[in-house]
Design a protein around this ligand. Structure first.
Ligand code: SAM
Length: 261
C-alpha cells in the first residue's frame, strides 16, 4: 500500500484512517466489481489505497478530496485520476454526473465524522446514482440496514430504505487501517429500489413525518405526529396511534407520505 506524500501525517479532522490491508482492499474492489467505461466517483481517495486498486480494473476515476496536501501527489501517481478538489458536501453530484455523461457509481472509505451528512447528501441526488459502496462505522451500517422493531431503526434507516436497497456486505477490523480507528467498520452497498417497489411519495413530506416521528423515540405516534399527521389518517392507514415510530415499517411511512391507504 502507498505511504502517501513525504511527511504527510493523517489528519483527524478529515477522518483520515488509511486502508492498508491488501485482502480488505481486494474484497472491496470485488464487491464493487468495476467495469471499464463506468463512471466511478470515489469520495476521499486519501493516499490512494482504493483508487489505485480500482484503476487496475478501470481506465479513469473521478475522486473528490478535501486535503490539499494529498492532491498534487495523487495526480502525480496516476494521471487517470481526475481530482475534484472540494468538500464532498459541496459537490453537486447531479452536475457531476451530467458532466461525466450519465449516472455515477459512488464509492469510498468515508470520513466517519461526516458519514451521515454524506449519506443524506447522496440521497438528495439519488436519481443520478447507479449504486454506492461505502466503508462506514459498523454501527452506522447496522442503523442503515435495520428492520423495523429494532433499536437501530431510525430516521437514517427509513430515509435511505425509502430509496435504496441496503446490503451490509462484510465487517472490517480496526487493524486494517493506519491509524486504527477505535470502532469496527463495515462495507455497505446501496442500490436504487426497483421502480414500483414502493408507492410514489413526496420526499419532503416523508422527511417531515419521519423527523417528527423519531424526534422522541419513546413517545407514541399520537404525540410525536400531532400537527403533522391526523390521528384519523393514522387509523385509516391501519396504524395504531399508540405505536412508536420504530414499530412502523418503511412502507408504512411511505404510505403516510403518499397519503393513500
Ligand atoms: N480512501 C483512503 C483509504 O481508504 O485509505 C482514505 C480514506 S479516509 C477514511 C477519508 C478520506 O476522505 C481522506 O482522504 C480525507 O482527506 C477525505 N475527506 C475528509 N473529509 C472530506 C470532505 N469533506 N470532502 C472530501 N474528502 C474528505
Amino acid at each position: 500500500m502507498s505511504r502517501g506524500p513525504e511527511g504527510h501525517r493523517a489528519k483527524k479532522n478529515f477522518g483520515q484512517n488509511f486502508l492498508h490491508d491488501r485482502t480488505v482492499i481486494d474484497n472491496i474492489v470485488r464487491a464493487i466489481d468495476p467495469r471499464p467505461g463506468e463512471r466511478i466517483v470515489e469520495i476521499g481517495p486519501g493516499r490512494g489505497a482504493l483508487s489505485f486498486a480500482l484503476l487496475k480494473r478501470i481506465d479513469a476515476l473521478t475522486a473528490i478530496e478535501i486535503d490539499r496536501d494529498l492532491i498534487p501527489w495523487l495526480k502525480q501517481q496516476d494521471a487517470r485520476i481526475n481530482i475534484v478538489e472540494s468538500d464532498v458536501l459541496k459537490v453537486d453530484f447531479s452536475a457531476l454526473a451530467e458532466s461525466l455523461g450519465g449516472p455515477i457509481r459512488l464509492v469510498g472509505n468515508l470520513p466517519y465524522n461526516i458519514s451521515s451528512p454524506i449519506l443524506f447528501h447522496a440521497l438528495d441526488h439519488a436519481p443520478v446514482i447507479r449504486d454506492m459502496h461505502f466503508m462506514l462505522q459498523k454501527e452506522v451500517v447496522e442503523r442503515m440496514a435495520a428492520g423495523h422493531g429494532n433499536k437501530d431503526y431510525g430516521r437514517l434507516t427509513v430515509m435511505l430504505q425509502s430509496v435504496f436497497a441496503i446490503s451490509h456486505l462484510f465487517n472490517v477490523p480496526p487493524g486494517a487501517f493506519t491509524p486504527s480507528p477505535k470502532v469496527d467498520s463495515a462495507i455497505v452497498r446501496l442500490a436504487p429500489l426497483a421502480a414500483g417497489a414502493l408507492p410514489a411519495f413526496d420526499e419532503a413530506r416523508l422527511e417531515q413525518i419521519v423527523r417528527a416521528a423519531f424526534s422522541m423515540r419513546r413517545k407514541t405516534l399520537r404525540n410525536t405526529l400531532k400537527g403533522v399527521v391526523d390521528e384519523a389518517e393514522l387509523v385509516a392507514q391501519g396504524i395504531d396511534p399508540n405505536d412508536r415510530a420504530e414499530q412502523l415499517s418503511v412502507l408504512d411511512f411511505v404510505r403516510l407520505a403518499a397519503g393513500t391507504p
